[in-house]
Write a protein that binds this ligand. Sequence first.
Ligand SMILES: [Zn+2]
Length: 287
Amino acid sequence: MKKHSVWVLEYSRSPVHPVSGVFYGAHNQGTMNLPFSYVLIKIGDAVVLVDAGHDAGDFGGRIADSIGVTGWTHPSVVLAECGVSPEDVTHVILTHAHFDHAGGLKYFPNAQIYMQRKELESWMWILSKGPRFRSLQAGLNPADVLYLTQANTEGRLTLVDGVYSDVVPGVHLRPAFDTHTAGSQYVVVETAPGSRLVLSGDVIYTYRNLVGDDLDHRQFIPPGLANGSQTRLIETAEEMMSIVDDDYRHVIPMHEEKLHEYYPSKLTAGGLRIVEIALAAEDESRV
Ligand SMILES: [Zn+2]
């Protein structure tokens, strides 16, 4: 019997995202549609958001505009589809601090924030290196680092060192250091004894990163956008697959456009996709 409900909630998309950003070595292959999402987990009274989206009205919105992101929708509208308001969110887990994952933190004023200590420290260091390091700074909104500092002074920031178990029952953090970013992490959800989901963050953007093009001859294709190493991305992908007993469908990539081919879903009136990955015994379906 499942204890957790899990939904992937699209909040915007880029219809023109470079294929080379998603697949290492995919030169001159044009652009692709890339949904931008966060993941809502409910267990008991806890309301957990994995990543927080961005704010279209600040510098994160300018980064989004510069890469062709459209259709941004306020979290109060997105979460209402699951009967939740932003103020209800009790925990936000940041897989990493890119603008489209951390920039929406301000919308969740009651949440305790969990991220890897190494992620915050590395961004401080990269920023300190100035404009010559701006290729490593891509995707960061420095205002999000300021927000995290403010949350820290309010006692709302938990900086994690590596493995961290039971943020809420059955929701665990695993480090993915030196992969997509220096201090990335991913989330393991034990929805029932022996039944696990992996929320991959940007270590895995899509199922193609995990299995390649041929299910009979699988290969890992690491994402193109990485501040860390392609080797570490592949090693972490293998680690995720071992956690889900090699069933790739139990890894949930937040930028995967085709999740609805694997799980029940619906399109909202605003054209955003809601995918229902798991449903707790006492919960009602939202799709
Ligand atoms: Zn990212």
